[in-house]
Design a protein. Structure first.
Length: 359
């Protein structure tokens, strides 16, 4: 199905609520408890609402395959490895990444309210979607929240030609008074791997600085990019940050690291992903109202800077996502035809009715 005017793949408007209900039904069909299924569905649809379709329902088929193979367990059962007051180390037992991340965020915030700072280290988890979903949870509780996670390898060490390091994203979020939270959420590659999958689904070329093919040459073909190597952001700097994130997430937690980690695209191998959560209680540093007032001033001063040619507005980190969310909740979501086709396949494999996603 294509747009007759320009040949681009057709986009279809869907209801976020209907989409969320369908995703939750898929998870329940795999034995996931209802509350967990509803929560995971919300995280995926929220990514689409923010405009990050690379981390939205596009990923449902991959998660479903991991549940069916047993690589990811439908019931998330935690074990406490170490409880040191402000510090908690958790064993996630191959549970669902989003459920793990919710629990770890809540624990980090709870401990920050008691100690000023709360640190939760997690081993043997799974991919959990967008980091900003969870750092945003902390910000709404009055905490500046930092989160790192490692992932399956798709970048080479700087100067190398073998996949060893994941895109290894990290996020920081802070409350911002009358503004939506300030949120940074970045991978250490020039682009998240999911964006290349999204370009493939949309039948689009990618910029030639995103990846190299198996021969080490720049490519605009998403398939060749997936078979080759994703490039780090900012050259050797992105490589170095990716290594540090892997150390914090994998080495420190006692989880897997480097190419021992398996990402959501692998349907059968246990992930071994590790996470690192830190929450700072703003009230431990200054009154929350004072901090929020200073954040409001900070944002206002950023947005008041004279515009460069070709720009209509200055955005602070997280503002574009907040605007996208408001618009999509009002107008509905537009999803690529290939993504919608994959949801029909997911329904068939789950043994449930094909989704009816329009109001």
């Amino acid at each position: 199905m294509t747009d007759k005017q320009n040949g681009a793949p057709a986009m279809q408007q869907v209801s976020p609520d209907r989409l969320r209900d369908f995703v939750a039904a898929v998870y329940r069909s795999a034995g996931v408890p209802a509350k967990d299924a509803e929560f995971v569905a919300d995280t995926l649809v929220q990514a689409d609402l923010w405009g990050h379709q690379s981390h939205g329902v596009l990923r449902l088929a991959w998660y479903q395959a991991r549940l069916q193979s047993g690589a990811m367990k439908p019931e998330t059962l935690f074990e406490t490895v170490l409880d040191g007051g402000a510090v908690l180390v958790l064993e996630a037992n191959d549970g669902i990444g989003q459920v793990v991340a919710r629990h770890a965020t809540e624990e980090a915030v709870r401990r920050a309210k008691l100690h000023g700072v709360g640190v939760v280290s997690v081993r043997n988890s799974n991919h959990f979607g967008t980091c900003m979903y969870f750092t945003g949870m902390g910000a709404r509780e009055g905490c500046i929240t930092l989160l790192t996670t490692n992932g399956g390898p798709n970048m080479a060490p700087w100067g190398g030609m073998k996949k060893m390091i994941g895109t290894n994203p990290w996020s920081v979020s802070a409350p911002a008074g009358r503004f939506p939270p300030m949120v940074m959420d970045v991978a250490n590659s020039g682009v998240a791997r999911g964006k290349i999958y999204l370009a493939r689904q949309r039948h689009e070329q990618i910029p030639d600085n995103w990846a190299i093919d198996a021969a080490g040459l720049p490519t605009t073909d998403p398939l060749a990019a997936l078979e080759g190597l994703i490039l780090p952001m900012a050259g050797h700097k992105g490589y170095a940050i990716g290594v540090i994130v892997d150390m914090l997430s994998g080495v420190l937690s006692g989880s897997s690291f480097l190419d021992d980690v398996h990402g959501p695209y692998d349907p059968v191998n246990k992930s071994g992903a590790g996470h690192f959560f830190v929450a700072f209680n703003v009230e431990a540093f200054q009154p929350k109202t004072q901090f929020e007032g200073r954040m409001e001033e900070y944002i206002e001063r950023l947005k008041a800077v004279p515009l460069a040619p070709g720009f209509d507005e200055i955005y602070y980190p997280g503002e574009i996502e907040a605007q996208n969310d408001a618009r999509h909740r009002k107008e509905g979501l537009l999803l690529p035809a290939d993504t919608l086709a994959s949801l029909i396949d997911v329904a068939r494999l789950a043994g449930i009715a094909a989704p009816s996603l329009q109001d």
